[in-house]
Design a protein around this ligand. Structure first.
Ligand code: IMP
Length: 203
């Protein structure tokens, strides 16, 4: 099957490509279909993933996978959530990490619990739609650690592994991450034939 992966985030694209490899699909990216994704105006990860995937499937004529994801920090009432990519109106990952650390200043380690969420929407040009979700719980450190990954990876620590996402290899991150879990749910649905149709957003 020929599938468009509709993300302009290279970190996400790399992880999705690795995760889908066992299905043997021919993948295209937004480099092959250079249109602009619609603004993420939805209130939930699901809404935004559907917005992106459904729009890109219509534009490209290909089954399209889109990811909407983000970080929910308990002590901040679930911030930044769907605003993770533009938290504090900052423009780079480093600035957003600094901003997050400022917001958490003085909050002790035991109250720095956080959750990453990834929702994958698979939309077909005829309107058929599937959703897959993955979540991973961890803690926000007081200073960044690690060189790999993207976004909030250097601040997101997994106590059971003893590493941040940015200290893990691609394989190790995939084994533990929200996106890895959502991708495995998709893989299983396609392999076991347990795919489930979702309702599209009302337009
Ligand atoms: P969006 O899904 O395009 O709205 O962007 C999600 C944002 O959440 C990214 O730009 C990152 O800042 C953050 N994010 C999502 N997944 C990850 C991850 O696996 N590691 C680090 N940051 C992530």
């Amino acid at each position: 099957m020929r599938v468009l992966v509709a993300t302009s985030n290279p970190g996400k694209y790399r992880e999705i490509k690795e995760g889908l490899a066992p299905l043997g699909w021919t993948l295209f990216s937004l480099l092959d279909y250079p249109f602009k994704l619609p603004p993420e105006e939805g209130a939930t990860f699901e809404d935004n993933a559907i917005l992106k995937a459904a729009y890109a499937a219509r534009q490209s004529g290909l089954p399209t996978l889109a990811d909407d994801s983000g970080l929910e920090v308990a002590a901040l009432g679930g911030e930044p959530g769907v605003y993770s990519a533009r938290y504090g109106n900052k423009t780079t990952d480093t600035e957003r990490n600094v901003y997050l650390l400022e917001r958490l200043k003085g909050i002790p380690p035991e109250q720095r619990k956080a959750k990453f969420v990834a929702v994958l929407a698979m939309a077909y040009p005829d309107g058929y739609l599937e959703l897959y979700r993955g979540e991973t719980e961890g803690e926000i450190l007081e200073a960044p650690r690690g060189e790999w990954g993207f976004g909030y990876d250097p601040l997101f620590y997994l106590p059971e592994v003893g590493k941040t996402f940015a200290e893990m290899t691609l394989e190790q991150k995939a084994a533990h991450s929200h996106r890895g879990k959502a991708l495995r749910a998709l893989l299983e649905a396609y392999r076991q034939g347990t795919r489930r149709k979702e309702q599209p957003l009302s337009e």
